[in-house]
Design a binder for this molecule. Sequence first.
Ligand code: ZN
Length: 218
Amino acid sequence: MKLIKIKNSNKEITIGKIVCVGRNYAEHTIELGNEIPEKPVVFIKPASAVIYSGDTIKYPTFSDEMHHEVELVLLIGENVKDVSESVAEKSIIGYGVGLDMTLRDIQSTLKSKGHPWTIAKCFDTSAVLSDFIMKDDINLSLDEEIYLNVNDEVRQKDKLNKMILKPVELVQYLSSLMTLEKGDLVFTGTPKGVGKVNKGDVINAGFEGIGEIMVNVE
Ligand code: ZN
């Protein structure tokens, strides 16, 4: 069982499922040679993959190409299914920053065979979370820049408003596919600039007003 850490609060929320979308920023979709889909690609990570800022990302033995993807993460506060825009808006109760660590070599092989991506996305330490901020404590305009540095070098830095489907639209869309429950997290996709990390690297990531992540790779 993994918990969501909330800034300035001792409230405890257990993490449910982690629903992730891919290809939700046009420039990132193009950099990987993919077509921009009508709806984002959807996949799931297990809560067992979660680590927090200050922890260590572990390279699995079966991959030589782990990539960083920094993403805005939504915290869902109530059960929602087939919801309107206003209910979707209300169901998002907090925001955090997450790293969707991805085994690009494994993913490429799976994609070429038409297989699910699960093995490339579910490994231990593949979901790194910052502390979360409750929505009441922040006025998110999507004009904020999300960033990720590796060894103090900027790799990803983009405005959140470059998302194709915005948070509320994402929750609406996902709730048409499955029930989202209290404690579920939604990874909203990554901007351009993804790349390989190596053992010994230090990653730091975040954005204005929302939690910072500092992790190393082993
Ligand atoms: Zn991602």
